[in-house]
Structure formats: structure tokens, C-alpha cells
Design a protein around this ligand. Structure first.
Ligand SMILES: [Cu+2]
Length: 546
């Protein structure tokens, strides 16, 4: 299996944000663009998690090497835990014995139980998540981390559509507050549990706790949860969240994995749920000699579509079925075959070139299995964003001229409630709402009727940006660069001519390409304040949110 990290997401305050340059031994091999992982097995999401956490250090490593006099020349390592780096605690033995460090979650706990009852009556499912501080070495280098229930990453949360989810989040940190966001969940009627610090809630203070209590409805698929407070999720506050539904029965596959090597049974179809929980890099995932059949994107089941490489940008999710063929040897091994550790040369990488620019699979290739023609739009907004140098010579993002900053001691939601009270129950719905502070760019949508909202997001930046809309899925209606075709828009797209908008892909995180635009549409029927933002952690920190 190879994971290609594409670091050309560009833009913004990247240089400021890659984190401390941890001194590294000179014997550390060159970082390879093609990384083969044998040590970290189990769910591929864990592989992604570990690489994502290590990313800052890898970037730091590059800088370090550039500035050092002699460049190391040893070949790329196939081990996720580089040799020659002393690991504290029992980490050293873990690298050789397969035992887990006590802070690392057992990857086996991410193997979904295929006997899960998809048709169970709606019930209430309780989870406890305790946030604490500590040290770990997910990429082989010791760093300060945050843990959930003492582990990284967080536990798998599983529900059925229609269930009530009750999660008690307790903050055992000594200084900073925290929140928990349920990425991709609609939160219909419970906007205040969306977990966005400064927008829908104040942080949970050290020593405090908050019980999130909401119903998961109208959706199923692969989601995740993460802290939405500063850039905390990069330090470890994250985990997978799977919503099941009876419709899944057709697509349901069996899972058979091993904690050290991804082991597949050639006679069993396997569903890998992939989550990019990283901060910055897009991953291009491939398995040598194996086609990946994409069956889900951000909670939308799609007709199987075969790819050799799957680009996954930050916060996006895909489900894939590896097309298995036991005559091939690969780093993925087949159970019952004596091919646990083939030399790397025995399997062959796809010849397809890696994407140079971070971009999604063409949404036109992923056809939703359930056709939903978007209703005609009733409102239209245009959003331009760019980066520029601001105070303290830092890069700041501008969204229609505003740079978002989380409110302290209150929330945008509270300001909205106050605004409603002062307006006698009525609220301006014309464009940007003036009831908020200047750094809170809020677009008001009617609270008297359900609007169908088109947003044309226009990038004036040289990088790629994975945009996430909270609380909704959106249809991807059009993408392009250069001028937007207004004539065509008013003639066929706004009124939803099926030939023009057809069976457009629905998802919640879309990569906007450099100097390009995307037209998305969503039905604004979940009341509340919902963030629309780039999910690259330091771009959001730089204000790329509205
Ligand atoms: Cu961005």
C-alpha cells in the first residue's frame, strides 16, 4: 500500500505553522514520497491518522535537512518506526514485538463488526470521552499529544440512523479548553451541539465537561469526530464515527485485518473506510497491483468506480473495495498465503502519475447510487477568498474581505439569539447580517421558509482548499476556472434543469482548486449557525471561515 503525501495545498501561513523543528538524528532516511507501511496496519484510517500527525515533523525534517551540511543518503525505510531513534517506555519493544504502546489504541478496535444489527430499533447510545495530555510518538518521534480516554486515536463510535447519541466529553487538561465536533452530522434542531468553538459553543474549560446529546437522522456512512477548538485535533483529539442504516445491507462487506499487516482474504470482499484526519496534506492512496473500487464519498453511496490512486483531501472520507486477485503479490498480504513480507520489488506501483495539483476525483465520475435531483435554487451568494499579509506580518485569510476569529466569552450563536431578541423575533435575511462583529461574516438565510441556497466559492489563491460545510451535504453543481457562465446559470442551473444538474454528487467536503471556483447547493432546512470553512487547520486558524 502506498500513501503519497501531496504537500502542495499551498497558500496561507504554512511556514509559520509547521510546528517546532524537533531535532532529528542525522541517520534518519530521506523522506520518500512513496511511503510503504508495514508496521501500522488495521484500518487504513489509522494509517492516515498516524501519517497526518507526523506531517508537521516531516515538513520540519525537510527544513532541517536543507540546512544541514551533509545530506543523509541511506535508502528509504519500509518501517513506520525508524530504526536508530530511541523510543521511550515500551515503544522500542513495540516496534519489534508488535506489542502496542499503552497510549496507542488497538487498531483491531477499528475493525467493524459485521454482525451489527442494521435494523435495530432506535436506541440511545452512550459514550464517555475524556481528554488528557501526554506524550506519544505516532510517527516515531516523541511529541506532546492529546489523548482520548488515554489513547490515540479516539474510540470508534457506532450508531444506527435514528439513534440518539449521548457523549459526555470531559476536559482533563490543565490549561486549555476544548470542544467536540461531529464532522458531517446534520444536527437538525441541535445546532448548539455542533461543537464549533466561538460559533456554536464556548470551550469546555479544564476540569469541566459537556454532555452532547443529539439524534443522528437522515444520513448514514463514514464520518468522524474531532475537537473544533484551535488546531487541537492535530494533537490527537479525533476518532471515527460510523452511522449504519438498512440501505447499507447491499453494500455490506466483511472485514478481516491484522494489526501488523493489512491482511485480506481473497475470497472476502472488504470495505475500507478511509478518513483523512490530517491538517494539511492530501493523500493519494493506492495498493500495488490492486484496483480500488470507490463506493462511498462523505456519506453518499456511489455506483462502484474503479481507480488506481485515490486522492483524499483533509476531512474527506471514502469507502473503497480493493479488487482482490490472489495471483498478485503486494504489500497487502492475503491470509493463508505465505506472503506476509514480500520484498518491495515484488509488487509494482501503478504507472499512473501522481496528481501535481491537489484535486478531488472528478465529481462527475462518482454517481450517487440514490438519485436526488437538487431542487431549484431560491438564493445565491458569492464568496471570494484569498490570503494576504496582515498584522504581525502573518498570513491572514480574507473571506469577502473578512478574517474570521472565534469569539471569546460568547459565540456567534449567542449573538444571533441576542439579535433576534432585539429585533422582536425578526432577523435581517438580506445578505451579510449586521448584528455580528466585523470578523464574523454571517450570511443570513430566511428563517420563515426553507431556502435552497447556491454558493459560488471563488478561490483567489494558488493552493487547493478542502471546503467543509457544517450540518449539511451539498450538491456539487459546477466547477471551473475563469469566468462563471451566468447565462447558463440562470437558464438551466438555478431552475434545476435535470440535464444540467442531473444526479450531482453530494458530499460535505470539496476541494477547491487553485484560482478556480465551485458552485454548490444545499437545502437550508436545519436551523442554526453553520460554519463554512477550509479544513486545512492553519488556514482556518488564519480566518478562512464564515
Ligand atoms: Cu485552505
Amino acid at each position: 500500500m502506498s500513501l503519497h503525501q501531496d504537500e502542495k495545498s499551498g497558500g496561507g501561513s504554512v511556514k509559520e505553522a509547521v510546528g517546532p523543528d524537533t531535532p532529528l538524528p542525522e541517520s534518519r532516511p530521506n523522506p520518500s514520497h512513496r511511503t510503504v507501511l508495514l508496521i501500522i496496519g488495521a484500518a487504513v484510517s489509522v494509517v492516515v491518522l498516524a501519517l497526518a500527525l507526523g506531517l508537521g515533523l516531516r515538513l520540519g525534517l525537510r527544513k532541517h535537512q536543507k540546512s544541514s551540511a551533509s545530506s543523509p543518503s541511506s535508502p528509504p525505510s519500509v518501517s513506520a518506526v525508524p530504526t536508530g531513534i530511541p523510543l521511550p517506555g515500551n515503544g522500542g519493544s513495540a516496534a519489534t514485538s508488535g506489542l502496542l504502546e499503552d497510549w496507542r489504541l488497538d487498531p483491531k478496535s477499528y475493525i467493524l463488526d459485521t454482525t451489527w444489527d442494521l435494523n435495530a430499533k432506535p436506541t440511545t447510545r452512550h459514550y464517555n470521552l475524556v481528554i488528557s495530555e501526554g506524550q506519544g510518538w505516532p510517527d516515531g518521534v516523541v511529541r506532546d499529544m492529546l489523548f482520548i480516554n488515554g489513547k490515540f486515536p479516539g474510540p470508534l463510535i457506532e450508531v444506527n440512523r435514528g439513534d440518539r447519541l449521548v457523549v459526555n466529553v470531559t476536559n482533563h487538561r490543565t490549561k486549555n479548553a476544548t470542544t467536540m465536533h461531529w464532522h458531517g452530522l446534520f444536527q437538525n434542531g441541535t445546532n448548539w451541539f455542533d461543537g464549533t468553538a466561538g460559533v456554536t459553543q464556548c470551550g469546555i474549560p479544564p476540569g469541566g465537561s459537556l454532555v452532547y446529546n443529539f439524534t443522528v437522522d437522515n444520513q448514514f456512512g463514514t464520518y468522524w469526530y474531532h475537537s473544533h477548538y484551535g488546531m487541537q485535533y492535530l494533537d490527537g483529539i479525533l476518532g471515527p464515527l460510523i452511522v449504519h442504516a438498512p440501505e447499507e445491507a447491499n453494500a455490506r462487506k466483511l472485514y478481516d485485518q491484522d494489526p501488523r499487516v493489512l491482511t485480506l482474504d481473497p475470497n472476502t470482499r472488504t470495505r475500507l473506510r478511509l478518513i483523512n484526519t490530517g491538517a494539511f496534506a492530501e493523500f493519494q492512496l493506492s495498493i500495488d497491483n490492486h484496483t480500488l473500487s470507490v463506493i462511498e464519498a462523505d456519506g453518499t453511496l456511489v455506483n462502484p468506480y474503479p481507480v488506481h490512486r485515490l486522492p483524499i483531501h483533509v476531512a474527506q472520507r471514502y469507502s473503497v473495495n480493493p479488487v482482490l486477485d490472489s495471483t498478485t503479490l503486494a504489500v497487502v498480504s492475503y491470509s493463508g498465503k505465505n506472503t506476509i513480507s514480500p520484498a518491495e520489488g515484488l509488487s509494482v506501483d501503478w504507472k499512473d502519475a501522481y496528481d501535481v495539483v491537489c484535486e478531488d476525483l472528478d465529481p462527475g465520475l462518482l454517481v450517487p447510487a440514490v438519485r436526488e435531483v437538487p431542487p431549484p435554487a431560491t438564493a445565491f451568494y458569492r464568496v471570494d477568498f484569498s490570503f494576504g499579509i496582515g498584522a504581525y506580518q502573518l498570513d491572514y485569510a480574507k473571506v469577502n474581505g473578512t478574517t474570521w476569529a472565534p469569539l471569546v466569552n460568547t459565540t456567534t450563536l449567542m449573538e444571533a439569539v441576542d439579535g433576534l431578541a432585539q429585533g422582536g423575533g425578526k432577523f435581517s435575511t438580506a445578505g451579510q447580517v449586521g448584528a455580528f462583529e466585523a470578523n464574523q461574516f454571517v450570511v443570513g438565510v430566511s428563517n420563515d421558509s426553507v431556502e435552497v441556497v447556491d454558493v459560488l466559492i471563488y478561490s483567489l489563491d494558488e493552493g487547493s482548499h478542502p471546503f467543509h460545510l457544517h450540518g449539511h451535504q451539498f450538491w456539487i453543481l459546477q466547477e471551473g476556472s475563469g469566468f462563471f457562465d451566468w447565462t447558463n446559470y440562470y437558464k438551466s442551473i438555478m431552475p434545476s434543469d435535470p440535464k444540467a444538474v442531473g444526479n450531482a454528487l453530494r458530499r460535505d467536503t470539496l476541494t477547491i482548486k487553485p484560482y478556480a471556483w465551485a458552485l454548490i447547493r444545499f437545502v437550508a432546512d436545519y436551523p442554526g449557525l453553520w460554519a463554512l470553512h477550509c479544513h486545512i487547520a492553519w488556514h482556518m486558524e488564519a480566518g478562512l471561515l464564515m
